[in-house]
Design a protein around this ligand. Structure first.
Ligand code: SF4
Ligand code: SF4
Ligand code: SF4
Length: 174
C-alpha cells in the first residue's frame, strides 16, 4: 500500500450514505467501493490521462474534472492501474452517466447560444426551433456517451455530467 493515504478520510468516504452525491469518477471503474478500498493514490491514472482531466478529488481519490477537457476513452487510466479497480473487459460501456443542462443555460434564458453543439462528436446535442424563443438545447441521452466535451465550452458552466447507475456509483453506502 502506498505511503501517504489518509485512512481516516478513506473510511469517511466509504461510510457515506447512498443518498449523498457521488461524482463521476473514472471510466470502466468497477465501483466506487472498489476505488475507495483498493486505490493507493499512486497517481498512475492521473499521469496516464492523455487529456489530463483526472485530478485528485475528495479524500485524494482520482476523479475526472470535465472543466479541464473531455474523456477520449483512450483506456490509458485503466491500463496504467495496478490495483483491482477497473473492469477487466474494456469493451464494455465505460460508464453510466447522463449530461444535463441546468437552468443557467443562456438559451434557456432567451440569450442566443449554441456553443455546446459543435463540441459534441456523437451529435447528441440538438437545438429545437420554437416560435417566440431562441433555439432551445436538448441532449439525447441515447446518443450521449458522457465524454464531457460540452462542459468546458459552455460559457455558463450549465452542463453537468452525472452518474445514472446507482448500482455501481452509489455502492459506497453498502
Ligand atoms: S479514458 Fe483516457 S481520456 Fe478518459 S479519463 Fe481515462 S486516461 Fe483520461
Ligand atoms: S453552451 Fe451552455 S449556455 Fe450555451 S446553449 Fe449550450 S448549455 Fe446553454
Ligand atoms: S457529454 Fe459528450 S456526448 Fe454527451 S452531450 Fe456532452 S459532448 Fe455530447
Amino acid at each position: 500500500m502506498a505511503v501517504g493515504v489518509d485512512h481516516s478520510r478513506r473510511n469517511f468516504f466509504r461510510g457515506r450514505r447512498p443518498s449523498e452525491k457521488v461524482n463521476v469518477r473514472l471510466p470502466w471503474l468497477k465501483s466506487e467501493q472498489a476505488l475507495l478500498q483498493e486505490c493507493t493514490q499512486c497517481s498512475d491514472c492521473i499521469n496516464a490521462c492523455e487529456t489530463q482531466i483526472i485530478v485528485k478529488g475528495e479524500g485524494g481519490f482520482p476523479t475526472v474534472d470535465f472543466t479541464k477537457g473531455e474523456c477520449t476513452f483512450c483506456q490509458q487510466c485503466a491500463l496504467a492501474c495496478n490495483e483491482p479497480i477497473f473492469v477487466d473487459d474494456l469493451s464494455q460501456t465505460p460508464w453510466q452517466v447522463e449530461a444535463i443542462i441546468k437552468d443557467s443555460c443562456l438559451a434557456k434564458n432567451q440569450i442566443m447560444c449554441q456553443s455546446c453543439q459543435d463540441s459534441c462528436e456523437p451529435y447528441a446535442i440538438s437545438f429545437q426551433y420554437l416560435q417566440s424563443s431562441v433555439p432551445q438545447p436538448r441532449i439525447s441521452q441515447v446518443d450521449c456517451n458522457g465524454c464531457g466535451a460540452c462542459v468546458s465550452v459552455c460559457p455558463q458552466s450549465a452542463i453537468e455530467i452525472k452518474p445514472i447507475d446507482t448500482s455501481t456509483t452509489l455502492a459506497i453506502g453498502e
